[in-house]
Every structure is written in structure tokens, then in C-alpha cells.
Design a protein around this ligand. Sequence first.
Ligand code: ADP
Ligand code: MN
Length: 483
Amino acid sequence: SFADVMSEQLANELQIDEEYQILKTLEKVETTEWVKSLDTSNDEVLAQILQSQMDQEYNESITRQENQVNQNSKVRLSFNNFRTDHMFASDDNDDDYDSDDEILETGSERSQNVDPSSNMLEFPADKVRQTFFSGYVVFGNEVVTKHDKEICGRRNTAKMEDRLPPGLRTGDARGMDIQLSNKIYNSLKKHAYSEQRRGQRLHETKEHYTAEHAVDERTRLILHRLVDRGVVASVNGVISIGKEAVVVHVYGGDVAAADLHIPKECAIKIYKTTLNEFRCRDKYIKDDYRFKDRFKKLNPRKIIHMWAEKEMHNLNRMHEAGIPCPEVVLLRKHVLLMSFIGDDQRPAPKLKCAILSSSQKKRAYAQVVSMMKTLFDKCKLIHSDLSEFNLLWHEEKVWMIDVSQSVELSHPHGLEFLLRDCTNVSKYFRSIGVADVLEPLQLFNEVSGLDIPITDEAEFRCTIERIENSTEEHAQQGKRKSS
Ligand code: ADP
Ligand code: MN
């Protein structure tokens, strides 16, 4: 019908118009000043110019797609991750690339991709396949082997298209029958993979920006892997977002591993990988002799792994000593899987929030004092952050949690931390009306087994510091002797 013809014509016109617009922007690119000022007699510079123009075109097409998808929507999808951004980017070296942090099997996949002894059957170009099925081919009197330069070049071109990471746009090299020498192919390959890693790193950095309160990419991989392996059946709600860690409720999986007992309900504590909060906590780990030597050598992310490791060791010791506490299931970098204190996804209340009868309060107090003693005597640990916030009430008893900052008795400030713990405990139980609560200093003597005279607090503190110093000296001497 006439209307159809009209609309077709209109469509054509619109299209031509659009193409013209694009063409105009491309012309603009060609005449930009910086291109003119470059020395175009150099092949490399020329290649880079072409590449950057290609990138720019590509990015523009991404922008167009992005706009088309989003239209006028208030919530926009970003296509930023698809843009290329290596205008003249130097291949910055990969030294800081933390290979042992590459969890999941990406490594092996990648190495499969770049297998240098290429599989002959795989070359898609007909030409190549004909000449190269058995490694050599006979043309009249001539035998052409796989070492033939021309064949090898074509083969490299074919490989370039099929083997290099997806997203590397190499143009229609095969259509133009380009032959790449091994040397060029190899350096292209190297570049392609380092470029891919660089892209991943950039992407990761962006992801880290949002990791303040959520789960970052690394953590997500660890969680995915736990689910994949059947260690975790499902990841449920967030129990707590603290300054240093996020705690999440999960259901245990049914993986059949002899050494792994997975409770039905578990808690996962994820130490935050944003570092600011941890800086001021260095003192708890720096002077703990178990971690002292390692502390100096590590990068900040590794130090966070150490916090998780420390919590694991401490929980294990407590468990052995019979202190009610979460039981460690396993540790993956900064992610700690442990048993859940609570029922049906409802975490046990903190002592601070639990509603207790007066007899329960009394028992809770007695239990906390005895736990502190056990922690000191048997586990040789000082909690260092003990308060009604890190004690849970569950099954008619008190459970001790949050021991990543707990220190060995030999810690140069350990006794000061203990005094602080005692002060918190005494204050709290007094405030909820428990009778016969020990004074902080009395509790300190009771827990530590020391018999420091209680005259006034300042003097008490001085004595504590003196003891700490002499212990420190002892330790130093011991070290010197042994060395
Ligand atoms: P933070 O360093 O953020 O204080 P915690 O280890 O104290 O980390 O955990 C924060 C909160 O998460 C706790 O107060 C407690 O309510 C909850 N929680 C932690 N571990 C467990 C667990 N194993 N079972 C149940 N709840 C837990
Ligand atoms: Mn806590």
C-alpha cells in the first residue's frame, strides 16, 4: 500500500540520516589535533593511532547501545565494563598481580586456552586445513611441511581469531590473508592476556568501591565455591554488619568429606576487605608472637586473612577447653564458616538484649567469670573485647564470640586488655542488678591468679605495666638466648 511505501522510504531516510551523523563524528576524530602532531612515519605510532580510532568507534557504538537500552529510564544500565580503555596504555607490569588469590579454576582454564602446541584439526579456514591435516602436504614435487612460513603465518592468523581471549578485536585478518610470524603472534598473545588481566583488575577495583557494606567479588567467588562444593546449601540473610565483619546465616550442605562436620545451620563471618577499620586494630596482632614475623611481610589483604585465621585458632582453643563458643567448620581466606548459635535462622540474643530472670542473670555472671578463667588458664588467651555485646545467651547459657582480636598471655599489653575486659563485665552485671559482683580489680586478680594489692587503681595499673614490661624483657632475653 501507499502507506507502506511511504514508511519504508521514511525508514530509509532516517537510516541515511543516522549514518551521516555517525560519519560526521568519525571525521571529527580523524582531524583531532593530537593525531596530526604525531609522527606517522613510525609504524608503531601509526598502529596505535589506528587502534585508538577503532577503540573510539567501538566505544561510541557501546554508548549508542547503552542509550538505546536505557532510553528515558530513571534507572540506567551501565555498559562501562564493555568499553575499551587502553588508549596508549602501557602494559603495566603484573608484579602486583596476586596469583595465589585467584580462587576458582580460572587458572587452569586459561592455560588450556593458550596451549602452545596447537591442535591441527581445529583450524577453521579451509585453506589451512587442506594444507595442514597431517603436518605436511604434497604439491606436485614439492612437500610443504608445517614449518612452511606461509602456512605457519596463516595458521597464526587463524589462531589469533579463535584462541585469543574473547573481546580482543583483531579485525578481519583472515579475509585479508594476513600472515603473522610466530614472533608477532606470541607478543600479541602475551599482550592480549596481560590486557585481559588488566581489565579484570580495573573491574575489580570498581567492584571494591561498592564492597563497603556488601559482599565484594572475591568473597562472592569464595561463597559460590562453597555452595558448588556442597559445603554450604544456601546463603540466607545477613545477621550483622559490624565495623570489621559481616556475619551471614547459611544452611550447611551435605558434602561427603570425612574430616568435615557441617552443622545444619552455620554462620559465615566475612572480614571486610576495606582496610580502614583494621588499621587501628594492628596492635592486637602485631605483638602476638604467633603472627609477629608474618605481620611485617604481608600486604594489607593478607593481614585481613590473618584476622580470620586468628579467630579460627582462638575458637579452636576455646572449644577444646570446653568454653561454649561457635565451632569452626572451615576457613577460606577472609571467610570463616562456623556453627550457628541460635535456632531457625534466629541468632541468639546478645547478653545486652536478652531478657533474663534474676536467677538466670546470676548464673550468667558466674558462668562468665568461670569462662574468663578458663580462657586465661587453659587457652592462654585474653579476649580483649569482652562485653555484653560479644556474649550470646542461648540454651540457658552464655556463649563467647568475636575472638579475632584475642591475644596470647605474653602480649605486651595483654594484662591491660584483661583489665578492660574485667571492667566491662563488672560494670554490666552490676548495672543489671546482680548481687555480689566483684570489683574490676578483684575480678582481674581472680581471673589472672595474680595477687596484686588493691589499694588504688592508678597503682594497680602501674603494677600491671611493670609485670608486662618484665614479661616482655623475659621474652626478649629468651629470644636472644635461643638465637
Ligand atoms: P563484629 O566484629 O562485627 O562484632 P562478631 O563476631 O561479634 O563480629 O559478630 C557480630 C554479630 O553477629 C554478633 O554480635 C552476633 O549477634 C552475630 N554472630 C556472630 N557469630 C555468630 C554465630 N556463630 N552464631 C550466631 N550469631 C553470630
Ligand atoms: Mn562483636
